[in-house]
Ligand binder design. Sequence first.
Ligand SMILES: [Zn+2]
Length: 258
Amino acid sequence: MAEALQVVPLRAFKDNYVWTLRDDRAAAVVDPGEAPPVLEYLASERLRLVAILATHHHQDHVGGVAELLAAHPSCPVYGPRGEPIATLTRPVGGGDTVTLPELGLELAVLDIPGHTRAHIAYYGAKMLFCGDTLFACGCGRVFEGTPAQLHASLEKLVALPDDTLVYCGHEYTLANIGFAKAVEPGNARLLERERDDARLRERGLPTLPSTIAREKATNPFLRVREPAVVSSADKYLGRRAGDPAAVFAALRQWKNDF
Ligand SMILES: [Zn+2]
């Protein structure tokens, strides 16, 4: 009988994760910024690479694709239609479904622009792979889109079920919590999270996956309607920020300077 699906974090560079979905025979990888950790893992576990999934075109997310393809030439490469990724073979966008029969998995593609122009997420089986859009206790920088676009993308993700497991592209959690505490010093859940996540990091373990519920309780970028968050944003700006999208934009700017 086939082993149940597992999601394994492979470390890349300083703080990237290449999330690897696997059973006892096959594997798919999300955002392989570099190939060696993936190739070593596939070889040592004797797994066949059946799909590469990219969330956006940044080099630390797709830089390893060509080398993976050299070793696994028939492996399809999914990624956002409308971003410059030379190695894509299956361009996808919001509303599309990625079917991975070898892993018994179907993933819906969600458009979540803002960090980059056509950033996408993959969502299915209570898992969300969201690249550099939603981070644990934070969110990505606005490089190609607008703060309003990134805010709308996060609103889309926060509407997913509370128990959705959130697999982000980087281990940024503790630094993000530092900023979140500046925004919302009275949030007890945040302090609790800091203790838990610091303990994980001391043991060299990932703080991920998170959950949508945990993000709703502690991530200031998803809490732009909370009075304490609004008041901190107003204080940062020295005036009333205004609607939730404006509160979000203020937080994003503040975080850049933090
Ligand atoms: Zn990025």
